[in-house]
Design a protein around this ligand. Structure first.
Ligand code: GAR
Length: 220
């Protein structure tokens, strides 16, 4: 079981979903710390209300991104943090943070990657006219929303969907799959070979909803 930090820049609903899952025993991990790059992020107040320590590292307060990330890494070490969950953290992770946490940073993105990376993926999905979209939890690499996929969930795109309606349907699934991914990561069940992620041990798949989810295959 790992101590993790959640990084956010905004509302913090995925952070709340992760903390609740940990507190309720659905994810065997401890969210010890919430970090934001925006002191006005509403997620910070939510974290405080949940009794979680918070820290802010605004990019503008540091001479360079490397320096900002170096200070983040110092904090993670001081708190004995073993993994990071990006949850609406709107800053690309640079080499300083990435190299300090190899294969230990997870991200959630509201599309079925590799479709629609970057900003406003729900609007991108609507504009493209796809009939299915969803969300993806993946390991973070040096690219934008490009690391190895851990789990995905799909939702239909409806005829009369708005960006808000589709986003909220996807968000419900985000709150289901991120705790699952954190649980597997925290238990050390995720095996990475190239871009392929597999799960050690069949028990991890017990109780998963049968439809609309795609989870890692079992390791050999
Ligand atoms: C979520 O939809 C998350 O998937 C997305 O930002 C939102 C944050 O909401 N992340 C990205 O687009 C990352 N590329 P939240 O603050 O309520 O969790």
């Amino acid at each position: 079981m790992k101590r993790v930090a959640v990084f956010l820049s905004g509302r913090g609903s995925n952070m709340v979903a992760l903390v609740r899952a940990c507190k309720e025993g659905r994810a065997e991990a401890e969210v010890a710390l919430v970090v934001s790059n925006d002191k006005k992020a509403p997620g910070l107040e939510k974290a405080k209300n949940l009794g979680i320590a918070t820290e802010v590292f605004a990019r503008a307060d540091f001479p360079s991104k490397a320096e900002q990330e170096r200070r983040m890494v110092e904090l993670l070490r001081a708190w004995r943090i073993e993994g990071v969950c990006l949850a609406g953290f709107m800053q690309i992770v640079g080499p300083t943070l990435l190299n300090a946490c190899p294969n230990r940073i997870l991200n959630i993105h509201p599309s079925l990657l590799p479709a629609f990376p970057g900003l406003k993926p729900q609007a991108q999905a609507l504009a493209y006219g796809v009939k299915v979209s969803g969300c993806t939890v993946h390991f973070v690499d040096e690219g934008v929303d490009s690391g190895p996929t851990i789990i995905q969930a799909a939702v239909p795109v409806l005829e009369d969907d708005t960006e808000e309606a589709l986003s909220s349907r996807i968000l419900q699934k985000e709150h289901e799959i991120y705790p699952l991914a954190l649980d597997w990561f925290s238990k050390g069940l995720l095996e990475l070979e190239g871009r392929r992620v597999t799960l050690k041990g069949g028990d991890a798949l017990k109780g998963l909803p049968p439809e609309g989810f795609w989870w890692p295959g079992l390791a050999g």
